[in-house]
Design a protein around this ligand. Structure first.
Ligand SMILES: *Cc1c(COP(=O)(O)O)cnc(C)c1O
Length: 335
């Protein structure tokens, strides 16, 4: 494997783990070497969107130990998502067992330290029971696969340009925005395509009701920096990012103030730095934000990452890789 040239994409590994939910219980995990599923054509996941997923990363440190970042937060969010689309919860214990076993079964695919690459872990759950009427299935599949991934952006930690989505929403205020379910992504695809067509890296979604406040930044959370303060939106339709939660904590550790509140579009011109955050890229600093409604472009810095975003990025990635003390016990060594 050429670790330095690894794309951010799917690569086959040796095994995935699966558990089946039938008659109210999850079966013991089983390892599969097949990448395929045999699925009933009337499965609820195919028709009514009963699908949830998670994403996290494992890193090999200088000491050759493999560390998983904040997996318990992902386990809890997976339960939150399950409840949101009426699927059975996976216990934190079963989630833990699946994550750690699947890493060990695919140990040779964990990229070496210093390559910028990591092992991406993708748990998912789908409704497999056959239904034609709209109701939750009575059978489910919980599956975890892994794939080694290179850095999200080939150019590295570089600012990107974003466009505000005025035509399309991602999630409704009382909808499924806080759940990590595929339907939210389907709903957002047109906005992302539009942004790409206009030459932007991604779309910034606004609150669907008033179209006044920043919601999410493509498949990531939004933050702005001003006057030593880290500001991130509060909303009933945001997927609460674990990266964002970690950056809020690091900002506090670094002596910054933090605010989680509504962020009006009009506030964009007051930020010194802005960025998108999520597991895939950690932070994507933003250079320009275009608002097609007002034809206004907000610009941050000179095209290089801002000093605060850079500090936050370095600190978080150093903790993930085991290079800096893990003061909040965010990493777990796989053994
Ligand atoms: C997964 C996801 C994020 C990022 O969450 P992390 O826990 O930081 O990876 C942000 N927004 C959406 C819509 C997501 O699905």
């Amino acid at each position: 494997m050429d670790w330095h040239k690894l794309p951010f994409g799917y690569q086959k590994t040796s095994y995935n783990l699966r558990s089946i939910y039938q008659n109210g219980v999850w079966s013991p995990l089983e390892a599969y070497d097949s990448e395929y599923l045999t699925l009933h054509m009337a499965a609820t996941s195919l028709h009514y969107g009963q699908e949830i997923f998670e994403g996290m990363k494992a890193f090999k440190g200088k000491d050759d130990k493999i560390r998983v970042f904040r997996w318990e937060e992902n386990a809890k969010r997976f339960q939150h998502s399950a409840k949101g689309v009426l699927m059975p919860e996976v216990s934190v214990e079963l989630f833990r067992e699946a994550i750690f076993k699947v890493i060990l079964l695919n140990k040779e695919y964990v990229p070496p330290y210093g390559t910028g690459a990591s092992l991406y872990i993708r748990p998912l759950m789908i409704g497999t029971g056959a239904e034609v009427g709209v109701k939750p299935a009575d059978e489910y599949l919980f599956l975890v696969f892994v794939t080694p991934v290179g850095p999200y952006f080939k150019e590295g930690f570089k600012p990107v340009n974003m466009m505000i989505s005025r035509e399309y929403d991602r999630a409704a205020p009382l909808g499924t925005g806080t759940f990590k379910t595929g339907g939210n992504y389907a709903g957002g695809l047109r906005a992302i395509r539009k942004a790409h067509e206009m030459g932007y890296a991604n779309a910034i979604f606004l609150d669907a009701k008033e179209k006044k406040f920043i919601d999410e930044c493509g498949p990531a959370n939004f933050f702005g920096i001003k006057q030593n303060t880290y500001v991130t939106p509060e909303s009933t339709s945001i997927l609460n990012s674990i990266t964002n939660k970690s950056l809020l904590q690091i900002a506090q550790d670094l002596g910054m103030n933090t605010e989680r509140r509504k962020v009006p579009v009009t506030e964009l011109e007051t930020f010194e730095e802005t960025g998108a955050c999520g597991t895939a890229a950690v932070i994507s600093p933003i250079y320009k934000i275009f608002d097609p409604d007002t034809q206004k472009t907000y610009t941050y810095g000179d095209g290089e990452p801002g000093p605060v975003s850079s500090r936050l990025y370095k600190k978080l990635t150093a903790i993930q890789q085991g290079d800096e003390p893990d003061l909040h016990n965010w990493t777990t060594v796989v053994e």
